[in-house]
Structure formats: structure tokens, C-alpha cells
Design a binder for this molecule. Structure first.
Ligand code: GRF
Length: 206
């Protein structure tokens, strides 16, 4: 069994797609969903799927204290992989190191980002790409490392902006892709293809 946790801060449409997919993957168990915000949509979604949820507010905690609370929870559920699904905090390198896997030489933390990385790293990627009138944008699923939105790319898919697209249409196009590729990556993990691919790449690069 592969134990995963989802970390999210918002609406949770990606978390929903991961939970839907996990129901069909026998060896994936979503142990918990953790959020740093109260009253967010993603909490309701997790409850519908009977996933234990935890809200760890930052409040007066330092980043380290906040992350330690989260790590304690992750350890208590024996979480092996973390899927970030709209988690709006940058993880410290200490946190990232805790999930380092020597076999794949990466941390077992995955993120989805609404751009064709390395373009538009950071916040409001949809908005910035739309404002820049890009004709082709996209979605990227990648490993998390110390560089913001800079970890190795696992999957990337482009979409074309139509002339008449409003910002809302543009986001809808992107989100549709998010909702198909993030579950695909979960499936890669369940079939051991993610680890296999990374291990192979590492051997190849030696
Ligand atoms: C998505 O656009 C994702 O790419 C980004 O945060 C957003 C989360 O949306 N990292 P949702 O809460 O999953 O709907």
C-alpha cells in the first residue's frame, strides 16, 4: 500500500480528482488531507470521501513550528508521498528533505502548477500568462525541490488560447487539463512507473 497525503488550501477541485482516482487504485490510500486554512471547500470534499482532515493554521507559529505540526500528522499516518493540490505555502528545504528518497534522488512531494514551466513560476500564473496574451499555455506536474516550481517535470500538457477567450475560459481550459493529468500521475505512482522512471533516469545519468 502506498500512503499519500494531500495538502491543499482552497477550493479543492484537484484534490477531488485525486480522491476520485484513488478509489480505483487498489494500492493507493489517501490517509489524510491537511489544510492551512479554515472553512475551505476542500475540507468538505475530503469529508465526503471519508478522509480524515486536519487544519493546521499558521497563526502565531513560525514556519518551522507550523511545518513540524504538519510533519507530526504525516508521520502519524505513515505518509510516504505528498500531493500538493493548491497548497498556498512554500515548503522549507527542511520539510522537503524529510521526504527525500535516495532511490529516486528526489523528495516524494509532487505539485501541480498552472503554466508550462519554467514559464510563469510562482503565484497567479494563469493571470500572468493571460495578461501576456500567450497563445499557448499549459499545466505542469513536477517534483518539489528547493527551487520554487523548479523541480523535475513529470508531466506537462499545453493548451491553446482562443482569440475570444475570456480569462474565465482560459482558466477553464487549464483546469480541465489539471483534472486529467494529476490523476494520471497518481496512477503512474500506483503502477510503480514513477519510481521506475526516476530510477532509470538516475542510472542513465550516472
Ligand atoms: C490549481 O490551479 C493548481 O494548478 C494550483 O492551485 C490551483 C488549485 O486549484 N497549484 P483547486 O483548489 O485544486 O481547484
Amino acid at each position: 500500500m502506498i500512503n499519500i497525503a494531500i495538502l491543499a488550501s482552497g477550493e479543492g477541485t484537484n484534490a477531488l480528482k485525486l480522491l476520485e482516482k484513488a478509489e480505483y487504485l487498489d494500492n493507493i490510500c489517501v490517509k489524510t488531507l491537511i489544510t492551512d486554512k479554515e472553512n475551505v471547500g476542500v475540507l468538505e470534499i475530503a469529508k465526503k470521501y471519508h478522509i480524515p482532515t486536519h487544519t493546521v493554521l499558521r497563526n502565531k507559529l513560525t514556519q518551522v513550528e507550523h511545518e513540524i505540526e504538519i510533519i507530526k500528522l504525516l508521520n502519524s499516518y505513515k505518509v510516504q508521498w505528498i500531493f500538493l493540490a493548491g497548497y498556498m505555502r512554500i515548503l522549507s528545504s527542511g520539510f522537503i528533505k524529510r521526504f527525500y528518497d535516495i532511490q529516486i534522488r528526489k523528495s516524494r512531494i509532487i505539485n501541480i502548477h498552472p503554466s508550462l514551466l519554467p514559464a510563469y513560476k510562482g503565484l497567479n500564473a494563469f493571470k500572468r500568462a493571460f495578461k501576456d496574451n500567450v497563445q499557448t499555455s499549459g499545466i505542469t506536474v513536477h517534483f518539489v525541490n528547493d527551487v520554487l516550481d523548479g523541480g523535475e517535470i513529470i508531466k506537462q500538457q499545453a493548451f491553446h488560447r482562443k482569440e475570444e477567450d475570456t480569462f474565465k475560459d482560459f482558466v477553464t481550459r487549464g483546469k480541465k487539463i489539471e483534472h486529467s493529468i494529476y490523476p494520471e500521475v497518481l496512477e503512474l505512482l500506483s503502477k510503480n512507473q514513477l519510481k521506475a522512471r526516476m530510477t532509470h533516469e538516475n542510472r542513465h545519468n550516472q
